[in-house]
Design a protein around this ligand. Structure first.
Ligand code: GUN
Length: 294
């Protein structure tokens, strides 16, 4: 069993980006600029956005965090998006999800200029990704593809099972693994809450991606000997013994599953770090396409 280490892979990607930025700055170009919009004070969202902003700054990107109140209405949020769309110095726009219930997420996502859609959630980005054309790809599935690439995992012809059909992770992941490219060409089964024989399907998987958000859901009896297991779960479990008051748990029961696998991602230290790497790469791409510099 080998660990697919998100820390090592993401550091390597961040170093490459940092080198690119150093060259840009030496040539008197402005750095890429990510604008992150955070609505309300959801604890997990606060942590994720803070980490995105911190990582931008660490590699030399400019970042702007726009905080908006929980009770903001849709027109006001659309107005913020419009301003960012029209700001020539903003390359990437990220609106952290979930949004409060009074706001239709799809309206907001669709209002982002597709040229600045570094989350890859806009219908234009999703459409291109489905067709296998170059596009912004949702950061978590993109990060997983980058992890497979870093470890040169052979995927061609393998049976892949993805658990969870969210627009952010499961569905794009299933498409990327099936597309015709170096880390795709799998035969993919996308499982969800109505899947009848989930355990049997998982047992067939050469590559199993758990993205359903249920801590410790995947147990050893569901996993084929030698499988590659990717754990996307990051559920906070209350734990008074830790400084933060919680512990992060993945969707995979790591201790019992790991010995059966050929490769497995840990939580924390796996997919979460790769999500940031995916976002940074998307932001660099948006900048290069918009400014003509790379
Ligand atoms: N909420 C959970 N994951 C994500 C993500 O990748 N991007 C945004 N914007 N919100 C999220």
């Amino acid at each position: 069993m080998e660990i697919l280490d998100g820390k090592i892979a993401s550091l390597s990607i961040k170093q490459q980006l940092k080198n690119q930025i150093d060259t840009l700055i030496n040539n008197n170009h402005r750095p890429p600029h990510l604008a992150a919009v955070l609505v309300g004070t959801n604890g997990a969202s606060e942590t994720y956005v803070a980490s995105k902003v911190k990582n931008c700054e660490a590699i030399g990107f400019r970042s702007t965090l726009i905080r908006l109140p929980d009770n903001i209405d849709e027109p006001a949020l659309l107005n913020t998006i419009e301003k960012l769309n029209n700001d020539d110095e903003v390359d990437g726009i990220l609106v952290q999800l979930p949004l409060p219930k009074q706001i239709n997420e799809q309206h907001i996502i669709s209002a982002i200029d597709p040229a600045k859609d570094v989350d890859g959630f806009h219908p234009v980005s999703v459409g291109k990704m489905v067709q296998g054309s170059p596009s912004f790809i949702s950061a978590t599935p993109y990060g997983i593809m980058l992890l497979l690439e870093h470890y040169k995992i052979e995927t061609k012809g393998k049976q892949a099972v993805v658990i969870g059909r969210s627009n952010i992770v499961g569905r794009p992941m299933s498409i990327l693994l099936s597309n015709n490219h170096p880390y795709g060409n799998c035969t993919v089964t996308l499982c969800h809450s109505h899947t009848k024989n989930l355990k049997e399907l998982c047992q067939q998987a050469d590559i199993l991606v758990a993205a359903l958000g249920k801590p410790q859901f995947v147990t050893a009896d569901m996993v084929k000997e030698g499988a590659i297991v990717i754990d996307v779960g990051i559920t906070r479990i209350e734990d008074a013994t830790t400084k933060s008051g919680y512990r992060i748990k993945g969707d995979v029961a790591f201790d019992e599953v790991a010995p059966k696998t050929s490769y497995i991602t840990p939580v924390p230290g796996g997919v979460g770090l790769m999500t940031i790497a995916g976002l940074l790469k998307n932001t660099m791409l948006a900048y290069s396409q918009r400014s003509g510099n790379d």
